[in-house]
Design a protein around this ligand. Sequence first.
Ligand code: ARG
Ligand code: ZN
Length: 458
Amino acid sequence: MTTALAAATLLVSAHGASATADGPPGAPGAAGIGDAYFPGAGNGGYDVAHYDVALAYAGPRTGEVDATIAVTARATQDLSAFNLDYSGPRIVGVTVDGRSAPYTRAGQELTVTPGAAIPDGRTFTTIVRYAGRPGPVRKQGAGTYGWVPSKDGALVVAEPDGAPTWLPVNDHPRDKATWSFRVTVPKGLRALANGTPGPTVQDGATTTYRWDERSPMATYLATVAIGSFQVRETMAGRIPVITAVDPKFAASAKELESRTVKALTWASSVFGPYPFATAGGIVDDVRLDYGLETQERPVYGGFVPDDDFVAHEMAHQWFGDSVSVHEWRDIWLNEGFATYAEWLWREHGGKDSAKKIFQRYHAQPAGSPVFVPPPGDPGARHLFGFSVYVRGAMCLQALRDRVGDPAFFSILRTWADARRDSSATTSQFIAHAERVSGKKLGTLFTAWLFTPGKPEKW
Ligand code: ARG
Ligand code: ZN
């Protein structure tokens, strides 16, 4: 601690020395937040409070977007310059607190130098305007993601690092913020996003849709879906449920709605009160063949999800969205939990039990993708690997067997409640499980999360 502090002080004074008396004091914010898997992701020196996203989408023929994004953040150091993560279309201009600010781009780093340094603790607003055609990224192990054009619009699915394809952001789940979206589309098209719908404004040939996400949300969970949609609204208890399907899936619109309501009702009874204001789901006609737990409104790329799939994305609202990973290496806290929720859901259905599912997987050979790599630190290439999902879920079954049902479900509920709207690490979960159960669990978690091969005793 002392050493790190001394080094930091040295760095600051080195920068201070090179600045002239009237030059900006302070130091540039770091270009990464310090995530081992994604060194360029996130940035240092500020904490985002709110993203205001205004998009004008010209239509599927050109795919052109004119976007104005206002990022309101609080400086956590004296900032002479700061970075946003952005890999989208040509920038038209950048302002900081209303004054035009010079910027440079290198890879996904957008470096902004405000006219005067921003003092530690000050809240400042950066506005970035861009114009052009955002596009997706493709990566091994993650497929196609980011801004994905569809036949009649676009769908955003940005996990893990696709948010910069369409927005300038502090791209890390540790820095969550509230969001507002205003999406202007040609008349006849629709736009959906996270959270609660606001008033729709017709203006000649265009319609503007407004959505507000009032709970803190990670950047990779921000979504818009633009196109033709059949939209349904209902209630699950006090929670408005808004679902939408591309016309190609019109015959399944009702099914998506009823599965979502069912999953929400069941998950709330197991994990505790639903953590957000609204719920829902979007089925779009883009062949991704995977879904994403986009906050309050999961998206499904090119298919109608079955009950298990909906239960998985619903469970993520608690585990992943409300309680986010502190680092990407903690990903099993998302995927292991959501997968275990599927098992619980099947157990609830009476056709199977989580324990039996565990046993079937445990019969697989040690070299199977079920076990390799250990899910506690899978590496960026295996972020969505099978073992993160399945061995992660098996870890929770092992925990349940050890502590018994009352303690196990109490661990899950109190975890969701205590860490609501924040982020957390694997070691914090282990400490939490030990505290709630009153048992030493180090050996169990080491065996299931970190030890190569197949756990045989724990
Ligand atoms: N979190 C998603 C799920 O519910 C998976 C996302 C995969 N992302 C990707 N780019 N393929 O399992
Ligand atoms: Zn998942």
